[in-house]
Write a protein that binds this ligand. Structure first.
Ligand code: ADP
Length: 482
């Protein structure tokens, strides 16, 4: 029997993306189709989504959804079955999905994402003629309130799953908004949406969910500790029987070096020499010297979480060791400035591009020798998975999904040809410097290096296994067995 699933999320690749959440929400429907799960995804009607709507069918009109006129429309875009919450007062804005160009959060985010969640719960309650979800799967704080609305409404019997893509983003607002959320009074309190005296959207979702998943087994363990639990470890430990760590996969239709239109030369594990042309194009794009020195890349949000403050010194160290660095990212303005400064000091050795550039990110994976990911925490991480597939060796901190997906090049693993990268701990400057030293030494040993590239390219991080785990979980929940 086909399972009808409603997915609710604030991003979906290729329409709107700020990070890995979009990649996962965009890839899951295709992966789950093979498991007998038909997914419809509810997303906000940002300008980039509305522009692609084409022929859309109105499913529901609201005169006032949190005070704003809104419609839910159904449309198929790029083969994805979407439900779009078209509420111009909330979503028709220049800027990012969560804030303006200056990086300031939209002050009405509480309303925007309560509206998205309310619409999700309304669909679960059966507002669409001829379609009703058997199960509802929501992602991160922006959609988490769907679970709370369902729990306190007529769709309480429909199983609901909340996935944590990053516990650092929790959707915390003041207590004053509670009366405007349209929840019954009993929803307030420690067993409801109240969170340390305020309103917590992710917290409300986690306490209301029938199952909680996060995106790697190690992160599922880490968030039970005070350091990584970020205030929610108590709740998570109390619901540990509902917690599952399911690794994200790679969308192999988009990330495949053998058939990637975004890179100058495609290649496979057997034609790895084809990477040389991409390496050259990458060096050109960043104004780097053409030489055989290890060429490291970074494709990342430039934030403390990603350990990018550690990279300021580490970039100098890499150059001193003879390496080169190409950085693509944006985020913290002080870090952006410091990296640009390093590039100025080391022309030809360090290149920095501030911004978001999907095609360039493919070229970097296809031409770089190694990707540096010194994260302090990393729920799953996708860039190391793309790197593995592209023969770009990941150098990663031993946290979260990075620890679950990269096999360190220790002596035993190198001689068994099992190593796929370099793993270091803790996430600090000293360990990162040590990892860079190892990277430079290993890069000099061409045989060992190519063996690592091949082992990485052979690793299977496609969605097949993880989609099967989600499908098993859905079935168990529907049978009341999870
Ligand atoms: P997070 O979601 O925490 O930012 P992930 O590694 O899970 O980190 O996912 C990041 C995604 O965003 C990857 O697809 C990566 O390639 C992409 N990405 C990050 N920064 C940029 C950028 N500046 N330009 C293009 N793609 C980027």
């Amino acid at each position: 029997m086909t399972i009808n699933l409603l997915s609710v999320a604030s991003e979906i690749y290729p329409l709107i993306k700020t990070g890995g959440l979009a990649d996962v929400v965009g890839a899951l429907p295709g992966a789950l189709a093979g498991q007998g799960v038909a997914v419809r995804t509810l997303v906000p009607g940002y300008p980039a989504v509305i522009a692609r709507l084409g022929k859309a069918k109105v499913v529901r009109r609201y005169d006032a959804l949190f005070g704003a006129p809104a419609t839910i429309v159904a449309a198929s875009i790029d083969g994805m079955d979407l439900l779009v919450l078209d509420a111009p007062d909330f979503f028709a804005r220049e800027g990012g999905p969560y804030g303006d160009h200056g990086g300031n959060d939209w002050p009405d985010n509480w309303k925007r994402f309560a509206a998205l969640s309310r619409a999700g719960a309304d669909i679960a309650e059966g507002l669409m003629k001829g379609w009703r979800p058997d199960i509802v799967h929501v992602h991160d704080w922006q959609a988490a309130m769907t679970a709370a609305y369902m729990r306190f409404g007529p769709a309480a019997h429909v199983p609901r799953i909340v996935t944590i893509h990053n516990l650092a983003f929790q959707g915390r607002f003041s207590a004053d908004i509670f009366p405007q959320l349209g929840l019954p009074p009993e929803a307030w309190g420690v067993d409801g949406v109240e969170y340390y005296g305020g309103t917590g959207y992710l917290k409300a979702g986690l306490i209301s969910a029938d199952a909680i998943t996060t995106v790697s087994p190690t992160y599922a363990q880490e968030i039970r500790s005070p350091v990584h639990g970020m205030g929610l470890d108590g709740l998570i430990n109390g619901r540990v029987d509902k917690l599952h760590g399911i690794l994200n996969g790679v969308d192999v239709c988009i990330w495949n070096p053998a058939a990637d239109d975004l890179i100058p030369k495609s290649y496979g594990a057997k034609s790895i020499a084809g990477r040389a042309a991409n390496r050259k194009a990458l060096e050109k794009a960043f104004g780097l010297d053409h030489d055989g020195a290890p060429l490291c890349i970074i494709v990342s949000r430039l934030t403390w979480q990603k350990g990018m403050d550690l990279m300021i010194d580490a970039a100098e160290h890499l150059v001193a060791q003879g390496g080169k660095l190409a950085v693509l990212g944006s985020g913290d303005h002080a870090l952006e400035g410091a990296l640009l400064g390093a590039a100025d000091r080391h022309r030809g050795r360090i290149g920095v591009r501030i911004g978001y550039d999907e095609p360039l990110s493919h070229l970097m994976q296809a031409g770089g020798d190694a990707i540096l990911i010194p994260s302090r925490f990393e729920p799953c991480g996708l860039t190391q998975l793309y790197a593995l597939r592209y023969g770009c060796v990941p150098v990663v901190a031993r946290v979260g999904g990075l620890a679950d997906t990269v096999i360190d090049a220790n002596e035993a693993a190198v001689s068994a040809r099992a190593a796929t990268g370099i793993v270091f701990a803790p996430s600090d400057a000293l360990a990162l410097h040590g990892a860079i030293n190892r990277l430079v030494a290993l890069h000099g040993d061409r045989k060992a290096w190519q063996a690592m590239q091949r082992a990485g390219m052979a690793a299977d991080f496609s969605w097949t296994n993880s989609a099967a785990r989600y499908a098993d979980l859905y079935r168990a929940l529907m049978a009341g067995a999870a």
